[in-house]
Design a protein around this ligand. Structure first.
Ligand SMILES: [Zn+2]
Ligand SMILES: [Zn+2]
Length: 343
């Protein structure tokens, strides 16, 4: 009875969603979704995509399931190798805070919180993803996909949009009451690990996820040529960025050495250690333009100025000092005091 009322409501206000929910078998699904489109004329990935939607028989469930599975696979698939790297002594020379070692209890606690957030907060919302995509006019089950040049341009826009959103939202989360009630959990790791990228209060996950997902919806408001596959590629790259930024390692081959404006682990690790500075995610320009990287640059310059044979010792001393100052800065925010350490 309740389901029938819900369907009546959907037919009245969201007929496109209702049509997709009433699809019931493979032939009807194929006719409804693809009409007379010759699927054999498409490339392998596009055919697989179409067959997946036809086999699932319900685009809302198909998109919801794929979105959730993609997020879990990419997040843990990218985070677990960092745990392995951390256990191999060879890589220790590139660790940003070499004196810090994560414990098994911390890894378990982190996994527990991340999974709990994913299953209780993200999973239920992900089922709304398909209807919201339809509402904004984003292609989901449709094939063919967008051309690669268009995907690249759209993803570039999403990166810039997210970085800007994240910079301001993250700075806001460092404001006393917001920090105390929301962002504090994420800062439990002063030397982060890849798995801790989404170790955060559910509200923080929801707020910062807006930066990732609003870019595609804002884009859809102005242009109607966005495919959900492009969004999946974007989310994958964004997850790679977030996990890597928390990895605690800066290798000579890390992207920031080739793209000077790329933030990388070096930038975000300092934020966790110092509690202040470096609020951006992907790029360095917001922190640079607004001077919220002055302490970070001074720290890097002092390490770079040390003689080669003293550099390891200077790094350890600088890290200890930075962390001490970070603890004081955090206390000042929690106590509602404004200090010059809070830039
Ligand atoms: Zn922070
Ligand atoms: Zn972080």
């Amino acid at each position: 009875m309740t389901a029938a009322v819900a369907m009546d409501y959907l037919h009245k206000y969201l007929p496109a969603v209702a049509d997709q929910l009433t699809i019931s078998n493979a032939t009807t699904t194929q006719n409804n979704l693809y009409g007379g489109l010759d699927l054999d004329g498409l490339n392998w990935l596009e055919r697989t995509w179409a067959w997946y939607y036809i086999a699932m028989g319900n685009p809302i469930i198909a998109t919801g399931l794929m979105s959730f599975a993609m997020h879990e696979l990419v997040y843990f698939g990218r985070a677990i190798p960092w745990l392995i790297i951390d256990a191999i002594p060879y890589f220790q020379k590139w660790k940003l805070q070499p004196n810090k070692h994560v414990t098994r209890a911390q890894i378990l606690q982190c996994t527990k919180v991340v999974l709990l957030t994913h299953f209780t907060c993200e999973a239920p919302l992900i089922w709304l993803f398909h209807p919201i995509c339809c509402y904004f006019g984003m292609s989901t089950f449709e094939v063919p996909f967008s051309p690669p040049w268009l995907m690249a341009a759209q993803i570039a826009f999403f990166f810039v949009f997210e970085d800007t959103f994240h910079y301001w939202a993250h700075r806001a989360l460092h404001y006393g009451p917001l920090y105390k009630n929301i962002h504090k959990l994420h800062h439990e790791f002063s030397a982060p690990i890849g798995l801790a990228a989404e170790y955060a209060h559910p509200l923080e996950v929801m707020i910062l996820a807006q930066g990732t997902i609003s870019g595609p919806f804002v884009y859809c408001l102005f242009r109607g040529d966005l495919h959900i596959l492009t969004v999946y590629i974007w989310v994958t790259l964004r997850l790679f960025q977030a996990v890597d930024a928390h990895s605690g390692y800066d290798f000579p081959w890390s992207l920031r050495h080739f793209l000077p404006f790329w933030a990388g682990a070096d930038h975000h690790d300092y934020h966790h250690q110092a509690f202040t500075n470096c609020y951006s995610t992907s790029f360095r320009w917001w922190d640079y333009m607004l001077g919220t990287d002055a302490k970070y640059h001074a720290y890097r310059s002092r390490i770079a100025a040390a003689k080669q044979h003293e550099r390891k010792q200077v790094l350890l001393e600088e890290n200890e000092r930075t962390e001490r100052e970070g603890i004081l800065a955090e206390r000042a925010v929690l106590a509602g005091r404004k200090g010059k350490l809070q830039e």
